[in-house]
Ligand binder design. Structure first.
Ligand code: ZN
Ligand code: ZN
Length: 381
């Protein structure tokens, strides 16, 4: 280690170089010594690796400050583990565009303990009545999920001294191994197999949870369904997913995926709702007002104007659903008029209809003209 060169010297920068100066110098040197540009040149290969190592340390604030303080003789040995720095696989393209941050970022990703120790996310589906879209409401659910052990408080151990820092990974929870990819040695970081990535080993496991610190428990979840919600929307409840293993983890999130119950007659188009209304021939011709119960609690008054035709629509503003996307108020109700033909007719009604037939036909037009008139309307002429 005595003949190891100074990282600043390797990157040809001064000790007070800024982050961007460090990066700039690394990029230019790495481009110069990249193996693609120097095939079969062991000297360039060594230089390339040396530059990478210097950059790996100096680009990570925590590692940089340790290096500034102790140089190459820092306590605890090499920050890259017993094998020292193994080099990373960098495409020459990465040295021109972005991308080196993510490559170097993962080298010391393990320096934060328990980074990976997070409980799983949960997804549950929940049916909401159609009428609840108007005002939203507070709801409650009972779910079963992995929760912190009540006996050991999630520690996993019978007593507070029954855990120790994992010796295989020094409590980091992650270990590095080296993989060869072509001419490169690549550092791969993965969960420590001895402690399953937690960084802690339980020496005196709790009986209730077998040292896991968690087990399946049912719990009540309170949440608010907001107005205007749609099927497929997810309500996120942070920290109510599965508990992490061990004491220092972060619980996962709970996602409640909403399914809106089908309404007996309304179809929904975001904030607008659509219904079909069967109306008899006389009502279409003479016009009428029909009143029905509505989802907002007030009756919906549908005014069918005289001389309406089947297929006509009536729009009633601001009686639809609230919109989650904007504050433009409620959407509208669209009523599609349908001709209601009775399934059968009585003898007396039949008689009256025969009498009516003559009078009801459009007498101002010949049969042919009325067919043409209809065709023109259909074609939009
Ligand atoms: Zn470990
Ligand atoms: Zn326990």
């Amino acid at each position: 280690m005595a003949n190891k060169r100074d990282y600043y010297e390797i990157l040809e920068i001064s000790k007070d170089a800024s982050d961007s100066e460090i990066k700039k110098s690394f990029r230019s040197l790495a481009r110069k010594y990249h193996p693609d540009k120097n095939p079969d040149n062991p000297e360039a290969e060594n230089k390339f690796k040396e530059i990478q190592e210097a950059y790996a340390i100096l680009s990570e604030p925590n590692e940089k400050s340790k290096y500034d303080r102790y140089g190459h003789n820092r306590p605890g040995g090499s920050p890259f583990g017993p094998g020292g720095f193994q080099g990373v696989n960098i495409n020459i393209d990465d040295l021109f565009g972005g991308g080196i941050e993510s490559i170097f970022g993962q080298i010391f990703g393990n320096s934060r303990p328990n980074r990976n120790n997070r409980g799983g996310d949960l997804l549950i589906r929940h049916i909401v009545p159609f009428t609840a879209i108007i005002d939203g409401y507070d709801d409650e659910l009972e779910i079963e999920s992995l929760s912190a052990c009540l006996k050991c408080n999630g520690l996993g151990s019978k007593n507070p001294d029954g855990t120790k820092s994992c010796p295989s990974c020094n409590g980091r929870g992650r270990v590095q191994r080296v993989e060869r990819v072509g001419p490169f040695a690549q550092q791969v970081v993965s969960d420590c197999p001895s402690c399953n990535g937690i960084g802690v080993i339980v020496t005196n496991p709790c009986n209730s949870c077998n040292g896991e610190g968690r087990y399946n428990q049912s719990k009540k979840i309170k949440f608010t369904v907001p107005p205007g919600i749609s099927s497929g929307n997810r309500i996120k409840i942070a920290g109510q997913g599965e508990a992490a293993r061990g004491k220092n983890g972060i619980a996962g999130n709970l996602y409640i995926e909403i399914e809106i119950e089908e309404h007996p007659w309304f179809e929904r188009d975001d904030a607008d709702i659509l219904m079909a209304l069967p109306v008899n021939y006389s009502d279409l011709l003479l016009g009428t007002v029909i009143e029905i119960e509505h989802i907002d609690g007030k009756n919906l008054k549908i005014k069918v104007p005289p001389l309406s035709k089947p297929g006509d629509t009536i729009s009633i503003h601001s009686r639809g659903l609230p919109s989650m996307r904007s504050s433009r108020g409620r959407g509208s109700v669209t009523v599609l008029l349908k001709l209601d033909i009775p399934k059968k007719i009585s003898k007396s009604l039949k008689k009256q209809l025969i009498n009516l037939r003559e009078n009801i036909t459009n007498q101002s037009l010949t049969l042919e003209d009325s067919i043409i008139d209809e065709a023109n309307k259909r074609r939009g002429n």
